[in-house]
Design a protein around this ligand. Structure first.
Ligand SMILES: CCCCCCCC/C=C\CCCCCCCC(=O)SCCNC(=O)CCNC(=O)[C@H](O)C(C)(C)COP(=O)(O)OP(=O)(O)OC[C@H]1O[C@@H](n2cnc3c(N)ncnc32)[C@H](O)[C@@H]1OP(=O)(O)O
Length: 415
């Protein structure tokens, strides 16, 4: 029994708090050691008295721990709840994502289908354009005779109507002749390009008297031209061969280009162009009858040097900054001269790009020279340079580069 005592005491010591342990230990020692009992009791009492506050603090600690445990349990519950909510949201998001990717897939399919359809439409339109071009080429190239006949009829019709107007000949035979021509023209196969005999006749009939078969040539000198302008004109004009109907017979280096439609014949391929494009409209620069008021100019072409020179005198209608020429009017002249030049070099063209540097303002009424030179031709593109200088060449007013792109007749008709 005694042998097992220390073991039991040791086990109790392991479970009890340290102060309690030391008190018990001492009482055991006292019992076994036969020490003075009274003092030992007093010590024991003291020890027991000390245990009370210790137990109290232990209770407080215990309470705190319990509270912490409760809090942790509550937090755990909250976390569990939010995990459930998160999982729910995650599920919802996954569903939404799959729905979105589904609709995206649908949209993509629709887009691809639309694109394929558009591509098909583009192809078919391209084909239509090609067919239209082919039809025009067929007419222009293979049935020239037919087209010429058509043009001949138009011209004939114009002459008859003009004669009738002039002589006030309203006789039955004249009316019948006109009617008959009209009928023939209307039965001609019209191209799918807006180039319709009907329209042509309509335009011709309704043109006012000023558009006579002999239009005024605005490139000829008039009373508004300054002495400088006249001097320069004489200089270039003296180097021109006389203009004749047959361009092949013009042997001089310079040609003075008349202002009206007939100049188309000088363009590359223009002899035929001038026949199928019977427009009587003029460049807007030639639409002011009051001499000296707006664009007074003449263009000379040098076939050998492949360049153009334009003598230009700006009138008061072209005022921009006080006393000076408007930049747009200068741009117009540059476009006109380089455009004419490019037409001569490359046939039917349109301006694709025009870059202008205005260096010095041009005084109204002064004479300037626009010199247009070929930079290079690259496929459909004709690059032209242009310089505007004072009449004596001492001052550079403007410098420009222009790009012209060759177009087909059908492009022009469809523009
Ligand atoms: C001299 C003696 C002979 C006398 C003859 C006298 C006859 C007198 C008769 C008349 C005188 C004329 C005097 C007046 C002149 C006035 C002219 C005007 O004011 S014209 C109206 C304003 N211009 C337009 O309205 C064009 C509108 N634009 C178009 O129609 C097109 O955009 C066009 C034709 C320019 C191009 O279209 P696409 O589809 O046919 O060709 P894409 O492939 O786009 O271009 C072809 C090449 O050109 C380039 N290009 C096109 N536009 C460009 C740009 N703006 N800048 C740079 N490059 C461009 C491209 O990059 C392409 O080059 P890559 O073949 O690839 O090397």
């Amino acid at each position: 029994m005694t042998a097992s005592m220390p073991h039991a005491a040791g086990a109790a010591a392991a479970e009890d708090p340290p102060i309690l342990q030391s008190g018990l230990h001492r009482s055991r020692t006292v019992t076994h050691g036969h020490a003075e009992p009274e003092s030992e009791v007093a010590t024991m009492k003291k020890t027991v008295m000390g245990i009370g506050p210790m137990l109290q603090s232990l209770n407080v600690m215990n309470e705190e721990l319990r509270k912490r445990k409760d809090n942790l349990l509550r937090d755990k519950l909250v976390l569990e709840e939010s995990i459930v909510t998160c999982n729910k949201e995650k599920d919802e998001d996954t569903t939404k994502l799959s729905e979105a990717s589904e609709s995206l897939k649908k949209l993509k399919t629709e887009h691809d289908d639309g694109k394929a359809n558009a591509q098909k439409e583009i192809e078919s339109l391209k084909q239509q354009i090609l067919d239209r071009d082919k039809a025009i080429c067929a007419l222009v190239d293979t049935t020239k005779a037919e087209a010429r006949k058509l043009c001949g009829l138009v011209i004939w019709y114009r002459i008859i109507t003009h004669k009738c107007r002039k002589t006030r000949d309203c006789s039955l035979s004249s009316v019948l002749r006109v009617e008959q021509t009209l009928r023939i023209l209307k039965t001609r196969p019209s191209l799918h390009t807006g180039f319709q005999a009907d329209k042509l006749i309509h335009t011709t009939v309704r043109l006012p008297g000023i558009f006579s078969p002999r239009p005024r040539d605005f490139s000829l000198p008039n009373s508004s031209w300054s002495p400088k302008m006249m001097e320069l004109y004489d200089h270039y004009n003296s180097q021109c061969d006389l203009e004749t109907e047959d361009i092949e017979s013009q042997k001089g280096p310079w040609i003075r280009l008349p202002s009206y439609n007939r100049i188309l014949k000088y363009a590359k391929g223009g002899v035929y162009l001038s026949k199928i494009m019977q427009s009587k409209a003029r460049l807007f620069t030639r639409n002011v009858y009051q001499v000296g008021a707006s664009f007074e100019y003449v263009i000379f072409l040098n076939k050998e040097e492949k360049k153009c020179v334009c003598l230009f005198q700006a009138g008061h209608l072209l005022e921009g900054p006080p006393g000076h020429v408007h930049g747009g009017a200068i741009a117009t002249m540059i476009d006109t001269v380089t455009g004419t030049h490019a037409t001569f070099l490359s046939g039917l063209v349109v301006t694709a790009n025009l870059n202008i540097n205005y260096r010095n303002a041009i005084p109204l009424g002064s004479t300037v020279i626009l010199e247009s030179t070929l930079d290079h031709i690259e496929g459909r593109k004709t690059h032209i340079n242009c310089k505007v200088t004072s009449a004596d060449g001492s001052k550079v007013h403007t410098e420009a580069t222009a790009l012209f792109v060759s177009i087909s007749v059908s492009h022009l008709m469809g523009m």
